[in-house]
Each structure stands twice: as structure tokens, then as C-alpha cells.
Design a protein around this ligand. Structure first.
Ligand SMILES: O=C(O)CCC(=O)C(=O)O
Ligand SMILES: [Fe+2]
Length: 331
């Protein structure tokens, strides 16, 4: 099992920050408990997710993912690790973003959410439980960021004005009851690292998430061997948090964004929900002064979050149009 520390958010800030720092300089994964998200908010989100994904594809296609990255991603549509996969991820998902303000409409990747027509599709509820869970995750992210700042030797309020109009995306996921077969390139979710600053993940307790252990990989002579992948244990009532590529970049490599993947047994479906927390578009994400030194000179060019994220999309989304800054999805 991966050595993932448990961060108790009820403890004093310095103690929380110190545990987060230890985790982030190693691999960037930690659990949070005493997180303040009510159990029934999580349960209602999973119930809504399960109901939605159980609909026939024709019904789900009414809210297929749009050019602003909102809506349903069909099963198999995404391939997170094309080099090592022979089929698409055996999962489907649904992107819910921040309901943008009117002056943001038309700007890249911002817009209004797509919501299924609950009554005509026979859904008990969708928008309300998803919104409640989204808001709870945003509140939790706003509790974790001061600890992350403290862990970096910054003022605890450092990130406050950089997340007033965050790019915050909730993505409920359903993994099919398909057995992954790493040797054959079949994965529930291919190996990847997250793009953003912080990811908050809830799962239904079904195992599957694995993280890449760089030390084990180095020890196994032929890098990339299966021994390098270690499962993340299930911890009741905890969220899995991890820092992403933007955090690694912003901290000049001090905090690590670690590759992870999902491998399923095929015994049943697996539900999870990832919440991605990224700053305002215009935020300067040049390496932090506190993370640059003679021994660790700046490794990344100065840039803004907006330029960074649009660059990531241009690299990884074949349907991304650099001129219009829109994504098109093939049906
Ligand atoms: O479902 C999981 O356990 C992980 C999901 C994930 O890594 C992601 O959506 O980025
Ligand atoms: Fe991920």
C-alpha cells in the first residue's frame, strides 16, 4: 500500500501544514479527515451520479460535453495514457464547472453548465445534489489552501486573491465492471498526472486508485515495471487530496505531482468524483520566490494560469482549436 498520510484538519494549522509538506515533497498525495463535508452531501452526490450514469446513452447524449468542457464524457472516449493503452479508459464522466458570471461568457473554457432535464429523463435529482457537493468541495479547497501556503513558508492568505474566480471542475466518474489488464494496455483510467493545483477525490470505497512510486520504479531495473504501482488504501470518511502539475510548476518542483491510474477488477462498477481546483485565469504562476534558490534555480518560464492551461489543452486535446480556444468533440 502507498504511504499516504492522514491530515486531520481539526488540528492546528502548523501541524496540518507540516504533514502536508512531508506528503507533497514526496509524492503529493494525502488524505483529509475532519474536513467538514457532511456525509449526506457526499451520499446524495453519489446517488445522483449513479442514477445519471444508469440512463441509456441516448438520454445522456442530450448533455454531451460541450466546447467549454461541461457535460457528459461517454464511456471509452478518453485515453489518458495513449502510449500504454490499447483501448480508451473504461469509464464515463460528467464535467461540472463554476457557473461563470456574465462578463466571463465567451472567454475560453468558461461558460454555463449543462444540466440534464431531470423530469423528462426520469431522474430523482441531479443539479441540486451536484451543486451542493461542488460548493462543499470549494469550501474544503479554501480550507486546504492556507495549509498549503503555510507548508511553503508563505502567508496563509497567499492564495486567497488568486482563487476569487477559480477554474474549479467537479467530475463524477463511473468505471464500468470491466477487468483492467495492464499487460494488455487495458485500464479503467490510464496513467496521468492532474493539471491543476489541488485535486479532491471521493470514492465509493471500491479499490482501484494506484500511484506511481518513483523509488520502486528506480529499484525495478526496467523502469515502468508493475511493481512501481502501489494501491492507495481506502480510508472511511476521508477524501484523497493530491497536488497537480501546476502546483509542481508553481513551487518550482518542490511539491511533486505524481502519476496515478485506476485499475479495476471487473467485479462491479466503481464510482468516484474528482474536484479540480485551479486559480483565476490571470494569476501569475511563475516559480514562487520562496521555492527558488541557488541549489534549485527556476526550472520553469514565467507564465499565467490561463496561458498554462490553454497550452495543456493544445497538447492533449486533438479537437482544440488554438485560434478560437474552443474544444470540439467528435460524436
Ligand atoms: O477515480 C479515481 O480514483 C481517480 C480519478 C482521477 O485520477 C482523475 O479523474 O484525475
Ligand atoms: Fe487524476
Amino acid at each position: 500500500m502507498a504511504d499516504v498520510p492522514i491530515v486531520d484538519l481539526a488540528r492546528p494549522l502548523d501541524e496540518v501544514a507540516s504533514t502536508i509538506r512531508d506528503a507533497c515533497v514526496r509524492h503529493g498525495f494525502f488524505f483529509v479527515v475532519n474536513h467538514g463535508v457532511a456525509r449526506d452531501v457526499v451520499d446524495a452526490m453519489f446517488a445522483a451520479s449513479s442514477d445519471f450514469f444508469s440512463l441509456p446513452d441516448d438520454a445522456k447524449r442530450t448533455v454531451v460535453q460541450d466546447e467549454n468542457n461541461r457535460g457528459w464524457t461517454p464511456h471509452g472516449e478518453e485515453t489518458l495514457d495513449p502510449k500504454h493503452q490499447t483501448t480508451g479508459d473504461s469509464k464515463e464522466g460528467y464535467y461540472i464547472g463554476r457557473e461563470c458570471e456574465d462578463d466571463e461568457i465567451g472567454l475560453p473554457l468558461r461558460g454555463k453548465n449543462r444540466w440534464p432535464d431531470e423530469s423528462s429523463l426520469g431522474l430523482r435529482a441531479f443539479r441540486a445534489p451536484m451543486t451542493a457537493y461542488y460548493d462543499a468541495c470549494a469550501s474544503l479547497a479554501r480550507r486546504v489552501m492556507p495549509a498549503l501556503a503555510t507548508a511553503l513558508g508563505l502567508a496563509s492568505s497567499f492564495f486567497d486573491d488568486k482563487f476569487t474566480r477559480p477554474t474549479a471542475l467537479l467530475r463524477p466518474l463511473r468505471y464500468a465492471a470491466t477487468a483492467s489488464d495492464p499487460a494488455a494496455g487495458v485500464f479503467a483510467a490510464g496513467a496521468h498526472s492532474d493539471y491543476g493545483v489541488l485535486t479532491i477525490l471521493a470514492t465509493d470505497g471500491t479499490p482501484g486508485l494506484q500511484i506511481h512510486d518513483a523509488r520502486a520504479a528506480a529499484a525495478a531495473a526496467a523502469g515502468g515495471s508493475e511493481e512501481a504501482w502501489v494501491p492507495v488504501p481506502a480510508v472511511a470518511d476521508a477524501f484523497v487530496c493530491n497536488v497537480g502539475d501546476l502546483c509542481e510548476r508553481w513551487t518550482n518542483g518542490v511539491f511533486k505531482s505524481t502519476r496515478h491510474r485506476v485499475v479495476t477488477t471487473g467485479a462491479g462498477v466503481r464510482l468516484s468524483a474528482a474536484f479540480f481546483w485551479e486559480p483565476n485565469f490571470e494569476t501569475d504562476v511563475s516559480p514562487l520566490r520562496e521555492c527558488v534558490s541557488e541549489e534549485n534555480p527556476a526550472r520553469f518560464e514565467p507564465t499565467t494560469y490561463g496561458a498554462y492551461i490553454l497550452g495543456k489543452y493544445a497538447e492533449t486535446h486533438s479537437g482544440f482549436d488554438a485560434r478560437t480556444q474552443r474544444i470540439s468533440y467528435s460524436e
